[in-house]
Write a protein that binds this ligand. Sequence first.
Ligand code: IPE
Ligand code: IPE
Ligand code: MG
Length: 257
Amino acid sequence: MFASKPEDTPTAANSDAIPRHIAIIMDGNGRWAKKRFMPRIVGHKAGVETVRAMVRHCAEKKIEVLTLFAFSSENWRRPEKEVRLLLELFVMALKREVKRLNDNNVILKVVGDCAAFPEALQQEIANAEAITSTNTGLKLVVAANYGGRWDIVQATRALAIEVASGKLDPAQIDEAALERHLSLYGMPEPDLFIRTGGEERVSNFLLWQLAYCEMHFTETLWPDFDGDALDVALSSFSKRQRRFGRTGDQLELGENA
Ligand code: IPE
Ligand code: IPE
Ligand code: MG
């Protein structure tokens, strides 16, 4: 049977406004450092400075959600020393930034399988989330030990538990039911995806949520990504016609509903 209109399809529109939710793969730190004959961790440290600047820019532009890919479930495959330094940097950045985030009314949320992290990091995460949880400004989502496949699997497991306990009839499983268990539940879907560093791939980031996201790839390495580079991405986004399956003619006639 054909559904004439999938439920909950976002309203098709010219995206002349700014995106509500920006999701970024912050890539290129290692190459940034290598170009300067410095260890990769120096690039990661420079990348933290870019994070701070992006949070400020997004808050000023009244973006609702900024999701940043900080550590993928595949990044454990890196040399043990780089993994250790990255996790240490994460602890340090949380300690140093939580006050500033709180002063700026930012809500911090970390998504991913944090149970795999050292206890000290888990504590810093819980602490930063608790301190900022009642804020009302920009939602900063940091994806750490996150993978899009992991997210879908853990949501599927949660549904299976509901079915096994008799709380959920399998016939009731639809997109909304699965979404309720995904890491970004309750937030608007990402409208704009940015990947710095020149690679044009998704690398197991938000697989489910990127279904209708506008993609922007740039050669700029993450530590060099600045307000002007963000404006280039926003300007490109604003010129796109988001059709969500409809035709351009339908949109021009205002058949959005
Ligand atoms: C992204 O930069 C940061 C993380 C994955 C933690 P990379 O470390 O991947 O930098 P390149 O791609 O090697 O330049
Ligand atoms: C993706 O970058 C993950 C993060 C930015 C955290 P990678 O540099 O790990 O991606 P691949 O391996 O080149 O696809
Ligand atoms: Mg990389």
